[in-house]
Design a protein around this ligand. Structure first.
Ligand code: PMP
Length: 437
């Protein structure tokens, strides 16, 4: 076996053959920077994969994980508890909008979505509405990669080769309106009425068949689609009118990305279930979870027979001690360093910086909210995605990590980013976009 043989590892969501011909290797990370195997520093414009909100190698989080590993490395999650699980749940309920009651743990965003969908179905059944089995997602939604998530998700490429998937799923139209909302700074004006797609599904199938509607408050993975003003409110009121649970998938938007603990607070719209992961542990130890509104847990518990498990669901690593320790330390850091407020404070500068790229020839739209931005390019002469990928590659060579999805560049730096680093990311992009044709 050769040490530099890359053939055995099958990398996720990567063009393996292309990567292995010209690998990019990260061997360390500190603060705003990754270190590469050839000794270069890469400025992290994406918080890893939308997760390292407090930056990398955060000493308090590192220490908490180390101490926890030495003290209690693992505890079986069924029929027994460990104190940090309960403390973390209390802290998360405090962080959530008014009216949330419980937390259920899992290990990733994808698992959080499955947990949310199953909880919604269990709640409907527990309250005597067992005919409600249909689920509604949205085009261009990303809800992870398990079967439920790709079914309600709206990315055809992620499900095309995997068969029939979940039955009884419909999709709302996505919220990007390139006719009316181009180059919007912050929340776009037009398109709240797109939420009425849910009303039409109610008319088509009957409210008594629909259990839940799941959306990302901002669809991030498919290119930063900020919902139009009033859209989420409208979705909320349609759900209320028809007894449909509203799930916000906050795997990216949670933990300060929009300057508030959750997007629910930023938009002033309260869902019934919130999914979370990523920033929950600052990306350090895999962890996901759902927050449920008061009443959901109580209803499901009340419907269970005496002595029966209320929700037949859970994972070997639910509430893992290392994950709980990492999450508690992350919440401490977020609070004590005021990182959510910091993100809110940086937003005007961020917005101005990313919109200063307007006018560069291949850019057809720029979108932003919180410390997120999407920069959409015209497809290059070599086909969809190729120009954006070339920009990604050159940015890496020049020491800046961006993310590309199709022809869209997505930015989401750690919330500790300094003003000069914002300028550096944007200036690097300006230079490279101008060079690439
Ligand atoms: N939901 C959303 C909104 C996401 O952005 C992601 C990941 N980017 C997921 C779910 C899946 O999370 P994971 O990759 O941790 O399974």
């Amino acid at each position: 076996m050769k040490l530099n043989d890359l053939s055995s590892y099958w990398m996720p969501f990567t063009v393996n053959r292309q990567f292995k011909a010209a690998p990019r290797m990260i061997v360390g990370a500190q603060g705003m920077y990754f270190q590469t195997d050839d000794g270069r520093e890469i400025l992290d414009g994406t918080a890893g994969l939308w997760c390292s909100n407090a930056g990398h190698g955060q000493p308090r989080i590192v220490e908490a994980i180390q101490q926890q590993a030495a003290k209690l490395d693992y505890a079986p999650p069924f029929q027994m508890g460990s104190p940090a699980q309960f403390e973390l749940a209390n802290r998360l309920v405090d962080l959530a909008p008014e009216g949330f009651g419980q937390v259920f743990y899992c290990n990733s965003g994808s698992e959080a979505v499955e947990t949310a969908l199953k909880t919604a179905l269990a709640w409907q059944r527990a309250r005597g509405e067992g005919t409600r089995t249909r689920l509604v997602g949205r085009e261009r939604g990303y809800h992870g990669i398990n079967f439920g998530g790709i079914s309600v998700g709206g990315i055809v490429g992620n499900r095309a080769m995997f068969g029939a998937l979940l039955a009884g799923v419909d999709h709302l139209r996505h919220t990007h309106d390139p006719q009316r909302n181009l180059f919007t700074q912050g929340v776009p004006e037009h398109g709240a009425d797109l939420a009425d797609d849910l009303e039409r599904l109610v008319q088509l199938h009957g409210a008594q068949t629909i259990a839940a509607c799941i959306v990302e408050p901002i669809a991030c993975s498919t290119g930063v689609l900020v919902p139009p003003r009033g859209y989420l409110e409208r979705l909320r009121s349609i759900c209320d009118r028809h007894g449909i649970l509203l799930i916000f998938d906050e795997v990216i938007t949670g933990f300060g990305r929009l300057g508030t603990p959750f997007a629910a607070q930023r938009f002033g719209v309260t869902p019934d279930i919130i999914t979370m992961a990523k920033g929950l542990t600052n990306g350090t130890v895999p962890m996901g979870g759902i927050l449920v509104r008061e009443g959901i847990y109580e209803t499901i518990c009340a419907a269970a027979a005496e002595g029966a498990v209320e929700l037949p669901h859970g994972y070997t690593y639910s509430g893992h001690p290392l994950a709980c320790a990492a999450a508690l330390a992350s919440l401490d850091v977020y609070r004590e360093e005021g990182l959510f407020e910091r993100a809110a404070g940086l937003e005007p500068l961020w917005q101005e910086a990313v919109h200063s790229l307007r006018g560069l020839a291949p850019i057809v739209d720029i979108r932003n909210l919180g410390l997120i931005a999407g920069i959409e390019l015209e497809a290059g002469p070599n086909g969809p995605g190729t120009r954006a990928f070339e920009i990604y590659r050159r940015c890496w060579e020049e020491g800046v990590l961006i993310r590309v999805t199709g022809d869209i560049i997505a930015l989401s730096p750690p919330l500790i980013i300094e003003e000069g680093q914002v300028a550096h990311i944007v200036d690097t992009l300006r230079r490279i976009i101008a060079q690439v044709d």
